[in-house]
Each structure stands twice: as C-alpha cells, then as structure tokens.
Design a protein around this ligand. Structure first.
Ligand code: DQA
Length: 141
C-alpha cells in the first residue's frame, strides 16, 4: 500500500506568487502543488495537499491525518509563531512531521525566530524557497 503524506499550508499562502514575491518568489501555490505531486509520484507517495487561512481548519486536517497519513509536511505560515493549538494537534500525530518555510525566518524579524511547531517537528527546512517542500518529500522517501 502506498504511503500518504499530508502537505498543509497556513494563512496567506493562497496568495503565493502575488504576495511579496521578493520574499516568497513568483511560483503560485498551484505550481508548488504540481511539483510536489510530480516528485511524490516518482517516490510512489500519495499526496493530500491543503491550504487554509483558518487555524481550526488546519487543526481538523491534522486530526484527519492521524488516520490517513504516514507523514505531514507543514508550512504553518504566521501560525508558526503563535499557535499552541497547532502544536497540540501535531503532538497527537504519531508519524514524522517536517516544518517548511519558504523564506529563511531566522534572517527576518525577531518575532519569526520562534516556532511553536519546531517543538514537535522532526525536521525543519527554511530559506530554500519552494524547493523546501520537495526536500521534505525526499526526507520521507
Ligand atoms: C513563512 C514564514 C512566516 O513567518 C510567514 O508568516 C509566512 C510564510 C514562510 O514560508 O517563509 O506566512 O512560513
């Protein structure tokens, strides 16, 4: 049976490609999804790709992943720095979690230097642009 990886994206990432392209680049989230799916197919991994601007919807998806996924790749976006609730949800998930940030959050404002999600993540990727999502897939492969 092929393994399923949930790729979860937080607020404002629906505007990828239009939002501060000097920081986040010109690729859209649909471009990222397509490249992730193509790479995942070469590894025989199934992908559930999801974005929400709402904290509770991301938490619901993490709960769903508990029964359906062998791994989570998550870019929690701004919730990285604020959400104990997303951390708690990830702590209920028993397979590996990779945290991805498109930008190098450590080079940016100090409020971006702390991540609640990193307390749970098995690996953290930051500053590789959207390639970070595919690097995370390699981790699972
Ligand atoms: C981000 C970094 C966060 O600080 C920011 O709030 C985002 C995107 C990144 O991918 O670089 O929305 O997670």
């Amino acid at each position: 049976m092929s393994k399923t990886i949930y790729v979860l994206n937080g607020p404002n990432l629906n505007l990828l490609g239009k939002r501060q392209p000097e920081i986040y680049g010109h690729e859209t989230l649909a471009d990222v999804e397509q490249k992730v799916r193509e790479r995942a197919a070469t590894f025989g991994l199934e992908i559930v790709f999801f974005q929400s601007n709402h904290e509770g919807e991301i938490i619901d998806k993490i709960h769903e992943a508990r029964d359906h996924a062998q791994g989570i790749i998550i870019n929690p976006a701004a919730y990285t720095h604020t959400s104990v609730a997303i951390l708690d949800a990830l702590n209920t998930f028993e397979s590996p979690v990779v945290e991805v940030h498109i930008s190098n959050v450590h080079k940016r404002e100090s409020f971006r230097h702390h991540s609640y999600v990193s307390l749970r993540a098995d690996a953290v990727i930051a500053g590789m642009g959207t390639l970070g999502y595919r690097a995370a897939l390699e981790y699972f492969a």
